[in-house]
Ligand binder design. Structure first.
Ligand SMILES: [Zn+2]
Length: 86
């Protein structure tokens, strides 16, 4: 049987994350991680070439995901609309 559990107190780490997210509220249109509040975005491209000094081709694997979360193995979108975290 399923039971409702009262919401637990945030851990120290969650409290810091929430405080940081509050301090750095997303400005209109800015890319900001919905999970950790980081503003560093990452685009991963596989198989690109440099020809005549320009990067060409390649397949985009990830686009505009949070760099900090990606380091931890989480793909977190940074666009304002919330999508489920993979
Ligand atoms: Zn993040």
């Amino acid at each position: 049987m399923l039971k409702l559990v009262p919401k637990s107190e945030p851990t120290a780490r969650q409290a810091v994350t929430e405080r940081v997210k509050k301090m750095y509220k997303r400005e209109d249109g800015m890319l900001q991680c919905n999970r950790c509040g980081c503003r560093t975005s990452l685009t991963a491209v596989n198989g690109a070439f440099v020809r005549n000094g320009r990067k060409q081709g390649g397949t985009v694997i990830e686009k505009d995901v949070c760099a900090e979360c990606y380091k931890r193995g989480i793909t977190s979108p940074m666009l304002p609309e919330l999508k489920p975290v993979k």
